[in-house]
Design a protein around this ligand. Structure first.
Ligand code: SF4
Ligand code: SF4
Length: 97
């Protein structure tokens, strides 16, 4: 068997604080880092469910007379606004804290 030209990567040499993102399990949800949010115009929504079908994270929920967004899990991708055939969803900038 051929010998490796370089020594194997030693994980123990990485400082603990080099890249904290992804090294710890946290409760962070997409709603914590999203830059835009979809807003449904309830007067325009005809409950066709296109947004519900297209949302990649399944955060659109059915209400009695319209479809609405679960903002905790919405990542702000804007697919629902693009796909809504009635232009009932607009993307608005998140306000900073
Ligand atoms: S795609 Fe538009 S019209 Fe259809 S349910 Fe969603 S918001 Fe309402
Ligand atoms: S912006 Fe993206 S993640 Fe949020 S509800 Fe629309 S399709 Fe789903």
């Amino acid at each position: 068997m051929l010998k490796q030209a370089r020594p194997r990567f030693d994980q123990a040499t990485i400082p603990d604080d080099l890249c904290p993102i992804g090294t710890e399990l946290t409760t962070m949800l997409p709603g914590d880092w999203r830059s835009e949010r979809p807003v449904v115009n309830r007067d325009k929504c005809v409950k066709c469910a296109t947004c519900w079908l297209q949302c990649p994270v399944q955060c659109i929920v059915e209400m009695p007379a319209w479809f609405d967004i679960t903002y905790e899990s919405c990542k702000g991708c804007g697919i629902c606004a693009t796909e809504c055939p009635h232009n009932a969803i607009v993307m608005v900038l998140e306000e900073g804290d």
